[in-house]
Design a protein around this ligand. Structure first.
Ligand SMILES: [Zn+2]
Length: 332
């Protein structure tokens, strides 16, 4: 049962090796531990909600916290053969996809946007069987309110009010990003847990409300990591580069598609070291720290999102993502 296998996180190191043997495709071994101990910024642990259907299917929802703006990793362990499954949440449908041919489990990434109302939220699970019959089950999850910080910042006027001659560029880039984020790659391109893309401390958090020049407020959609000019920036996980170019606000930016609708972005770089379409591995250097775009000094802005929601990238660090291939899971 998945639940038991996940329990080993809470039980500590001693049981890890055993779990590894029992569950070779989700080893979550020393790599994950390194991710957790690498920085005090990395939260330890996650919460779980479980739904067991009448037909013996088990739906597990994992999140660092059940709050808007946190990524929810949904894993479905079918009790009988299925040909499709999805979760309906508000107006959206989150499709489950099989992660490995040899593994019977399906996963999906879900999130409520950071500004969504907290409170009780209904997850509606639909499972379709080979004979085309379908079964619906529901799970009510209480989404807690999340507190955000408010900061006042003085910046150059063009940050608050971009000059009219760049409006067209800004709109074109926003449209391009919407198109990029709307494409759900139907497989898991990541490989195990997410890592911080740079070891620096944080200077700004996800959700910081910024009052620019006393008049305009905005929502910080990522974290700012303190870093020096020219230092390497690493892919937080494996995936495919879907953007590597210069944007008005974000400067030189790399966007990585990790599959199943999950993306991470790395902004204000001084140099891009990857090209669009390129496959990257977790930890691979993808660019150098800079201050391009609308930035007030060298730092790394790191963000994450799915099509329907802005996600706190730190919420990714806590979650038990699957290792992609069986060969990767062999402990040497
Ligand atoms: Zn930032």
């Amino acid at each position: 049962m998945i639940g038991n296998k996940f329990g080993f996180w809470k039980m500590g190191l001693a049981t890890m090796a055993l779990s590894f043997v029992l569950w070779p495709f989700w080893p979550l071994n020393s790599v994950f531990l390194r991710a957790e101990t690498k920085s005090s910024l990395s939260p330890v642990g996650f919460e779980e909600r479980l739904l067991a259907t009448a037909s013996g299917d088990r739906l597990h929802l994992f999140a660092r916290r059940f709050q808007p703006g946190e990524l929810i990793l949904a894993r479905l362990e079918p009790g009988n053969k299925i040909i499709g499954a999805w979760i309906g949440l508000n107006q959206h449908r989150y499709q489950f996809l099989k992660i490995l041919a040899e593994n019977p489990e399906y996963i999906a990434f879900i999130s409520l946007d950071a500004t969504a109302e907290p409170g009780d939220v209904l997850f509606r699970l639909t499972i379709v069987r080979p004979d085309k019959t379908w079964e619906a089950s529901e799970l009510m999850v209480k989404m807690e309110a999340k507190e955000y910080r408010k900061r006042k910042i003085q910046v150059a006027p063009e940050y608050v009010q971009p000059p009219t001659e760049v409006q067209e560029r800004i709109e074109r880039e926003a449209e391009l990003l919407r198109a990029i984020f709307s494409v759900v790659s139907p497989s898991w391109l990541g490989d195990g847990p997410f890592l911080l893309p740079h070891h620096g401390k944080l200077s700004a958090y996800f959700g910081d409300q910024r009052v620019y020049n006393e008049r305009v407020s905005s929502f910080h959609n990522g974290v700012d990591i303190i870093a020096s000019w020219g230092e390497p920036v690493r892919a937080a996980n494996s995936g495919r580069v879907v953007a590597a170019s210069s944007f008005y606000f974000s400067g030189k930016m790399v966007v990585i598609d990790h599959g199943l609708g999950l993306f991470t972005s790395y902004n204000h770089l001084s140099r891009l070291l990857v090209r669009r379409g390129q496959e990257v591995k977790r930890g691979e250097i993808i660019g150098l720290v800079g201050s391009s775009g609308l930035s007030t000094g060298a730092h790394l802005h790191w963000s994450a999102r799915i099509a329907t929601a802005r996600v706190d990238p730190l919420s990714l660090l806590a979650l038990p993502f699957p290792v992609r291939t069986a060969s990767n899971s062999q402990r040497k």
